[in-house]
Write a protein that binds this ligand. Structure first.
Ligand code: GRF
Length: 201
């Protein structure tokens, strides 16, 4: 059984998809040990609480320096003896010491088909705005390992989603979540938990 930490900042619909798939046993050999949010108001914390999962807020605002915040974040992961860190809409830049220490054990969900519409500045609705501006007919989502770059780590899973006539960024964001993100993030965790995708590489 692998221990998973899910890091969130907002609504937590991806977290909910993971919770639901653990509950219905679509994900096996994994338990969510802790949910960590940088944002005390994140609805994701309530989702964790309702599911009976330990949840903690660690905000950079509560620390005198970024370094102290980084240390506190890593300390929680270490204390929980986490095998896998899942970034599910976590809007904080991951400290490089954490990337080093948890190399090959951190995954992220990005709402486009990497290498399109990714990298610095591409987050949230901006990704979907850029896809619509470019006029792509297909977009999607990507689960990838986290390395020192932004959205540059090895790709684990991708799923394509159709862009439809008249889409707004909000409508497209919702379709990408429903048809891709909420499916491939739990699927990637299940592959890792069952040794089909190797950790630590
Ligand atoms: C998702 O679109 C995810 O791809 C991105 O942030 C969003 C998080 O949404 N990284 P939620 O908090 O899981 O609802």
């Amino acid at each position: 059984m692998i221990k998973v930490a899910v890091l969130v900042s907002g609504g937590g619909t991806n977290l909910q998809a993971i919770i639901d798939r653990v509950k219905d046993k679509t994900i096996t050999n994994a338990e969510i040990s802790v949910v960590i949010s940088n944002n005390p108001g994140a609805f994701a914390l309530k989702r964790a609480e309702d599911a009976g999962i330990k949840n903690i807020c660690i905000s950079p605002k509560d620390f005198d320096s970024r370094d102290l915040f980084n240390k506190a974040l890593i300390a929680v992961l270490d204390k929980e003896k986490v095998d896998l860190v899942v970034l599910a809409g976590f809007l904080v830049i991951i400290p490089s010491e954490m990337v080093k220490k948890y190399k090959g054990r951190i995954i992220n969900i990005h709402p486009s088909l990497i290498p399109s519409f990714c990298g610095t500045g591409y987050y949230g609705l901006k990704v979907h705005e850029a896809a619509l501006d470019r006029g792509v007919k297909v977009t999607g989502a990507t689960v990838h390992f986290v390395d020192e770059g932004t959205d540059t780590g090895p790709i684990i899973l991708q799923k394509a989603v159709e862009v439809k006539e008249g889409d707004t960024p909000e409508v497209l964001q919702r379709r990408v979540m429903e048809e891709a993100e909420w499916k491939i993030l739990p699927e990637a965790i299940n592959l890792i938990a069952n040794g089909k995708v190797k950790l630590g590489c």
